[in-house]
Design a protein around this ligand. Structure first.
Ligand code: AMP
Ligand code: GLY
Length: 431
């Protein structure tokens, strides 16, 4: 039977998912709020609809006789779209709403780790009363991280001692109207992501990725959805040992064991500390940009993962090419605080040369493709080394030019990678 796959979401991550499915024996459909020109070029039909509206998604899935749905972003998971699709008899690769709380409710997430004895959990407390949270900050010996429990697009977290002083942190808690706040120990180290493909109690992991959340070069400026990311030709990153990677995988294993019935991608965000990997957060989906590092080197057909999951089997063993990747986002000038939309995107899939081009939030008009107020497009270099992959990505960015755009040229460059290695060596006392 030829599968009919419906992809939800219209960002760079979903463009990468679409490309991972497009060459398989499949009829591919997509739906999102925005028409992503990259995805639209790969699918039989692109439907513009609210992906957080379960009825609208179910109606469309039934109209095209979808046999499998793949959910890209977190918002439809939080809105119960997977639950609705399953009630309608359409298999969805993504967790049901209750299980997606591992991402959508950070208080639930920390309590879950404690209750199930999942290793790698920092010290934390949860608060419904802002004044109690402020008292805790006053009494705590060390820096804390302030996290609103709900979804904030990665922009609600404040790190005391890095982004804010304790006084500013308390003012932030008092001014904002968050129902529940998590205060947790500030972890010091290097961040990395491991994404697991989970189905029927089993899982397979992808190579570790390092994202760059800060808007400007040198890791300064406001937090963003992610400005770019890289992987090495091995499963670990240059600042990690194989044991670090394996420890992260064992944390994921304990999590998957405890999350009964979970299916889809489980994204573990880790801090590699002097004591090994600790969990910063989980996401219930691929990372964006991390999907754009992971899917281009996946040799196993992603469709085979989806079909195995739907048929009650463990995911197939995943093979990745032994190549490094560097992904760089181009974002509108002023992003994220005061973005200017409307710049023309001057690069396309052909002129991107050896790089892969993924569209994100762009607006396709008669005379070309234009930026909106969110991340615009990403270029990805794939090569034997990080340095070569970085050059390929840079060549494509130079075709795009910088008019109305901002990008971080430092991502994947030898200097920044070396800083990460030095940082971990310093933490481990191995200078
Ligand atoms: P999150 O939305 O949980 O991914 O947090 C956003 C960013 O805040 C993370 O990528 C980290 O850089 C930082 N962060 C979150 N939790 C911690 C922590 N416990 N210690 C240090 N930094 C953290
Ligand atoms: N790159 C961070 C995220 O997808 O949440």
């Amino acid at each position: 039977m030829r599968e009919i796959v419906l992809l939800l979401g219209g960002g760079g991550r979903e463009h990468a998912i679409a490309r991972a499915l497009a060459d398989s024996d499949v009829d591919l459909y997509a739906c999102a709020e925005n028409k992503n020109p990259g995805i639209a070029g790969l699918v039989t039909e692109f439907e513009t609809l609210e992906t957080t509206d379960p009825e609208a998604v179910v109606e469309y899935a039934q109209r095209i006789d979808a046999t499998i749905a793949v959910v890209g972003p977190e918002a439809p998971l939080a809105a119960g779209v997977v639950d609705a699709l399953e009630q309608a008899g359409v298999y969805a690769f993504g967790p049901e709403k209750d299980l997606a709380r591992i991402e959508t409710d950070k208080a639930f997430q920390r309590r879950f780790m404690t209750e199930h004895g999942v290793p790698g959990c920092p010290d934390y407390e949860t608060f419904d009363d802002p004044e109690a949270a402020c008292d805790y900050i006053d009494a705590y010996d060390g820096d804390l991280v302030i996290k609103p429990a709900g979804l904030t697009g990665g922009k609600g977290v404040k790190v005391i001692g890095e982004q804010v002083t304790p006084e500013e942190g308390k003012a932030y808690i008092r001014e904002s109207d968050y129902e529940t706040i998590v205060l947790e120990e500030r972890l010091i180290g290097e961040e990395f992501t491991v994404q697991a493909f989970v189905a029927n109690g089993a899982f397979e992991t992808a190579p570790a990725v390092q994202d760059h959340k800060r808007a400007y070069e040198g890791d300064v400026g406001p937090n963003t959805g992610g400005m770019g990311s890289y992987t090495d030709a091995t499963r670990e990153l240059p600042f990690m040992t194989e044991t670090d990677y394996e420890e992260a995988v064992s944390i994921i294993e304990a999590t998957v064991d405890a999350l009964e019935g979970y299916k889809g991608i489980l994204y573990g965000q880790f801090m590699l500390t002097a004591e090994g990997p600790k969990v910063i957060e989980y996401n219930a989906r691929f990372g964006d940009p991390e999907a754009m590092n992971t899917l281009p080197t996946l040799e196993t057909e992603f469709l085979d993962v989806l079909v195995a999951a739907r048929d009650g089997d463990a995911p197939p063993a995943l093979a990745f090419t032994d190549q490094a990747t560097v992904c760089k986002y181009a974002v509108p000038e002023g992003y994220p605080d005061d973005p200017n939309a409307g710049a023309r995107v001057e690069v396309d899939e052909e002129s991107a040369g050896d790089a892969l081009l993924y569209y994100a939030s762009v607006d396709e008009r008669d005379d070309g493709i234009y930026t909106t107020t969110s991340r615009s497009f990403a270029v990805v270099g794939v090569a034997d080394t990080i340095a070569e992959a970085e050059e390929i990505a840079e060549d494509a960015l130079s075709v795009a030019g910088e008019e109305g755009l901002h990008m971080r040229h430092d991502i994947g460059k030898a200097d920044l990678v070396q800083q990460r290695i030095d940082h971990v060596n310093e933490l481990r006392g191995e200078q």
